[in-house]
Design a protein around this ligand. Structure first.
Ligand code: GDP
Ligand code: MG
Length: 178
């Protein structure tokens, strides 16, 4: 009788890290709103968005997404966002080898300072720009495997693999026991 027992929706705090311009904000916008705005504005400090999704396995989770600014002057703020996060998405731009080096620095920092339980996914974005590619899929894949991370190449522009980032993270966390 009465109201059905309400079941709390599991929440996943996820932080995006990576060099400025790699497409972090566009990935979030694509995922949360299904849009791509080529004239998107530079993120100042950090931006927050939450998004509840039904996953392929039928469960519902709520992502609490922290989109950080990639600029050097905000680097010292990053721990505020990745501490206590269950997942970190480290993004580079496949057309920019330097952004891949930056991504490696973020991975090292996470390995040193984040919770050992954090799920890290390495994301090579702008996969639509095949002509300008500087980082091969194998390079990203191998680095991710060596560091026990998930890996995905995405395009915020075409939406390729964008939802897959979040699906993979949720699946991995479910496998880890929440
Ligand atoms: P952020 O600094 O990492 O948040 O990067 P933004 O999301 O602001 O994107 C930086 C620039 O890259 C913008 O001009 C976007 O239009 C462009 N961009 C982002 N994602 C993609 C993508 O998947 N493909 C292409 N071609 N351009 C992208
Ligand atoms: Mg941004």
């Amino acid at each position: 009788e009465g109201e059905p027992a309400s079941v709390a929706i599991p929440r996943i705090k996820l932080v995006l890290l990576g060099d400025s311009g790699v497409g972090k904000s566009c990935l979030v916008l694509r995922y949360v709103r299904g849009q791509f705005d080529p004239s998107s504005k530079v993120t100042v400090g950090a931006a927050f968005m939450s998004h509840s999704v039904h996953l392929q396995d039928g469960t519902t989770v709520k992502f609490e997404i922290w989109d950080t600014a990639g600029q050097e002057r905000y680097a010292s703020l990053a721990p505020l966002y990745y501490r206590g996060a269950s997942a970190a998405t480290v993004v580079y731009d496949i057309t920019n080898a330097e952004s891949f080096q930056k991504a490696k620095h973020w991975v090292s920092e996470l390995q040193k300072n984040a919770s050992g339980a954090i799920v890290i996914i390495l994301v090579g974005n702008k996969s639509d720009l095949t002509e300008q590619r500087e980082v091969t899929t194998e390079t990203g894949q191998e680095y991710a495997e060596r560091n026990s991370m998930l890996f995905m190449e995405t395009s915020a522009k075409t939406a390729a693999n964008v939802a897959a980032i979040f699906e993979a993270v949720a699946l991995k966390l479910a496998g880890n026991g929440g």
